[in-house]
Design a protein around this ligand. Sequence first.
Ligand SMILES: *Cc1c(COP(=O)(O)O)cnc(C)c1O
Length: 409
Amino acid sequence: MAGHQKQHPLTEVLTKGFDPALSVGSARPAVFRTSTYVFSSPESAERAFDLMAGRAQKQPGEEIDLVYSRFNHPNAQIAEDHMVPLEAGATCALVFNSGMAAIMTSLMAFAGPGDAIVYTVPIYGGTQHLIQDFLEPWGIRGIAVPAGDTAAIDKAIRETQNLKIVLIETPANPTLRMTDIRRAVETTGGKALVMVDNTLLGPAFQHPLELGADLVLYSATKYLGGMSDLIAGVAVAKDPALLGKIRSKRSLFGNILQPDECWMLDTRLPTVNLRMNKASKNAQRIAEKLATHPAVERIIYPTLFTNDEQKRIFAAQCDFPGAMLSIVLKGGKAAAFDFLRNVRLARNAVSLGGVETLSCHPKTTTHSGFTDEESRQAEVTDGLVRISIGIEDWRDLLADFTQALDGAQ
Ligand SMILES: *Cc1c(COP(=O)(O)O)cnc(C)c1O
């Protein structure tokens, strides 16, 4: 489908990157559940291996034989081609069998023993474990900087020796503290790669590549997948050569997403903007209405930010506030647990980004590994309940949260 005039993302996600003629005329992609591919000729096989090993460069428009599904397969390619129009500024994408696989493979493609990574905290628990308990013993230094602390991030980027990667997760979970992506890119000035975990607001509401970031990472388990029924990850970039380095590690590690999951993920991509828009509108209405409930100390939500720097970053880099909110209950842990027991529609589960609303108590679950100091820094308090708002009717959710709060005073 090369040579097309460029369309808008919502069109391209349905019209680009998939040729029905290669799926016996199927209007939507078929599943290619196969591990190995028949070569069209011995010469084509030789060419495919030369290209894969980097001994030759692909010519424009050249068709290359598929080889083996650990390296590449049609459903991975289709899902990747459909991710590209969704991520503003992207030219290429890679799918992985989890968000952690996308993060690990990207970090290990560009940092080795003796190198350093600057990363914002709080960061996803798995990412923190990966850096502290695996990469650090392996010889990579991890320098944690508080999310949203622009001065501290600038300082760490300027002063860190052998800095290879700046890894930003924004907004941070569960307090939605935001980090200025453009500022980090400017301070880094090309001396390291800037990678952004965009799981909470992307691809609909936050566009790191347009702000100068080199790589965008996703847990596609969340909004991209959207139905809480698969585990997947995606890496997206502007520069194909950069992504090519990650691709070769993916081939080595064997953590490409499997055909069935690629097909499932691909079926969800045309609706990710619709789902995120609906969930964000729901969340904003609910957050702003719950803010005055007598059992509530405060609601953490971007349109309710009070810190000037946080308000500035939100206005500068996010199109909409998103569908994550946290309720801080006045009554601490007992009230938070009462709330979770009382709530009927929002199931008590970790994860986020599904069409269904989920709620959890981070202090005793997702963030239970934090030291007291880390909890204090991250503002993960006893009374905090995190909610991932879904696409139900917001009035039913609001009524449910209100009755649950009434019983948690
Ligand atoms: C869930 C999540 C991850 C990890 O993704 P998996 O798909 O569970 O491996 C990474 N970053 C963020 C922000 C997440 O929410």
